[in-house]
Structure formats: structure tokens, C-alpha cells
Write a protein that binds this ligand. Structure first.
Ligand SMILES: Cc1cc2nc3c(=O)[nH]c(=O)nc-3n(C[C@H](O)[C@H](O)[C@H](O)COP(=O)(O)OP(=O)(O)OC[C@H]3O[C@@H](n4cnc5c(N)ncnc54)[C@H](O)[C@@H]3O)c2cc1C
Length: 253
């Protein structure tokens, strides 16, 4: 009883009653939302917010830009079709009321002598944009290259490379090759490699990079991981990516 009262009190204190003021959707998949908060907040690039997306569901999203004076932030939600967050993003109307927790710290960088090499997917394009001032290059694994290109152009994020997801994470090997080439030809530059998006892909990429760094004596890079989501079942993600790619191709062609 006491626990319930404390949690209700915390929700009341921490939640910010907000409003959707702009919505832009690309092919039912990428949902750009601009949200107005009731009062001024502090924010640093890389922070997350949590949005109440259902009766009891909270989901984390990344403000890709924040206008502190106007008390607004924008976020890009990838509608993967299944969960409460994706369904909410798809159906929420401009002018709808919503509840937001945060912003809260998520990705924090304490050094400033390096540039970023960024790996992620549709869910972390907003994070890449938030970090764009130090972004050297971004690599994204995606379900559909054409559609993701549209989203990145809307964000005005450059430079980036896209890799469609393949069985057994084979596409990650191409990313390893490209990153290795970039690191070995820019040995004077220090890089922070940010691995975000899907947990398994980030873990696989980290293991592959560490092995190559060791073998080629690459010492100008440090890795930091920031998982955004994960699947228990690898078979499920392959089948789902293929299905989503087919659906998306049908939508945009
Ligand atoms: C700090 C942080 C910041 C984040 N920022 C963003 C952001 O800016 N934009 C954004 O889109 N997401 C972001 N995410 C990821 C997002 O919170 C998750 O994808 C979340 O699971 C989506 O909630 P949901 O209700 O749609 O799906 P859930 O109910 O949580 O999941 C349902 C099923 O869908 C799977 N799933 C979840 N995400 C995906 C996906 N992208 N593709 C395919 N299957 C998926 C789950 O593994 C699960 O099996 C962030 C996550 C974190 C931790």
C-alpha cells in the first residue's frame, strides 16, 4: 500500500504533462514528433526521455534536438509494428496530450579530444543526429535502405552508410571492413566508436572490431556500447526483418 502510494507520488512529481505539436510520418515507419513540455528543462545531446505510451507502458526515446527556450523537443520513433510504443507513435494525433519523464542522462561523453564513429539502426538515428557536431561517420544496419535514406535526409544527417540486415549478421562484417580502413588511414585522429541500436549486432561488432584492432595494432579508437533494444530469439529477428523489408518495399514503390 505504502509502496503504491510512494510510486504514485513519484509519478505525480516527475511526470511532465506535454503535448504533441507536430507529427511527420515516412511510409508508416518513421514517426517524427515534436513535443511541447510545460516548463523549461536542462538537456544534453544523448539524453533520453520516457514517454507514457499506454495505460501502464513507458518507453525510452531520444530527443534528437531540443529547443530549451520554446520548451520543445523532437524525437524520431521507428515504428516496427508490434509493441505499445510503435502502436502509440503510429496512432497519436497532433495536439494529443502526453506524459513525459525526463530528460534523463543516457549517453554521456566526458572527453572532447575525439570524433565519433557511430553504429546503430533505425532506433538510434536520433541519437546520431543529437551527436552530429562530433560525428565523423555513421553506419546503420537497417531493414530497408531506401526508406532509411528518406528518414536520414529528413533529419539532414550526413555522412552515413547504410547496410541492409542479412542472415547471421553478415552485413556487420562489411561495417567492420569499412571502419578498419577508416581507422588505419586516420591513425593521427582519436575516435570514440559508439555502438548502439540492437544488442546482438552491437555485441557482434564489438567482438569483431576488438579482434581486428589487436591484429592490426589499431590504437586510435575506444568503444562504448549503448543498447537500445534486443531480441531473445535471433531467428525471429531475421524473419521479421525480411518480412518488414518486403512490406516496406511494397509501401514505397
Ligand atoms: C536510452 C534509449 C533511447 C531510445 N531511443 C529511441 C528512439 O529515439 N527511437 C526509437 O525508435 N527507439 C528508441 N529506443 C528503443 C525503444 O525504446 C525500443 O525499441 C522499445 O522496445 C520500443 O517499444 P515498443 O513498445 O514499440 O516495443 P516493445 O513492446 O518494447 O517490444 C515488442 C517486441 O518488439 C521488439 N522490438 C523493439 N524495438 C524494435 C525494433 N526497432 N525493431 C524490431 N523489433 C523491435 C522487442 O524486442 C520485442 O520483441 C531507445 C531505447 C533506449 C534504451
Amino acid at each position: 500500500m505504502l509502496k503504491k502510494m510512494i510510486s504514485q507520488l513519484l509519478v505525480k512529481i516527475l511526470v511532465r504533462k506535454s503535448k504533441i505539436i507536430e507529427k511527420h510520418v515516412i511510409a508508416n515507419r518513421f514517426v517524427f514528433l515534436k513535443i511541447k513540455m510545460p516548463k523549461k528543462v536542462t538537456w544534453i545531446p544523448g539524453d533520453k526521455v520516457q514517454i507514457v505510451v499506454g495505460a501502464k507502458d513507458l518507453r525510452s526515446y531520444t530527443p534528437y534536438t531540443f529547443d530549451l527556450d520554446q520548451k520543445t523537443f523532437s524525437t524520431l520513433i521507428y515504428n516496427h509494428g508490434n509493441g505499445p510504443g510503435a502502436l502509440w507513435a503510429n496512432s497519436v494525433a497532433t495536439s494529443a496530450r502526453t506524459e513525459v519523464f525526463g530528460p534523463r542522462r543516457s549517453f554521456v561523453d566526458q572527453d572532447d579530444d575525439h570524433m565519433y564513429l557511430f553504429f546503430g539502426d533505425e532506433t538510434s538515428m536520433g541519437l546520431a543526429y543529437a551527436l552530429r557536431l562530433r560525428l565523423y561517420h555513421a553506419y546503420f544496419e537497417v531493414n530497408n535502405e531506401k526508406l532509411s535514406t528518406l528518414a536520414l535526409h529528413y533529419l539532414t544527417l550526413t555522412p552515413f552508410s547504410l547496410f541492409e540486415r542479412r542472415d547471421n549478421l553478415r552485413h556487420i562484417n562489411s561495417i567492420v571492413e569499412q571502419m578498419t580502413l577508416l581507422l588505419s588511414t586516420n591513425r593521427h585522429q582519436h575516435f570514440l566508436i559508439i555502438l548502439s541500436g540492437h544488442k546482438w549486432s552491437a555485441d557482434y561488432l564489438e567482438a569483431a572490431l576488438l579482434e581486428i584492432f589487436h591484429r592490426l595494432e589499431i590504437t586510435n579508437a575506444r568503444i562504448i556500447k549503448k543498447h537500445y533494444w534486443g531480441h531473445k530469439d535471433q531467428q525471429k529477428i531475421q524473419t521479421m526483418s525480411e518480412q518488414m523489408n518486403q512490406e516496406t518495399t511494397a509501401i514505397i514503390s
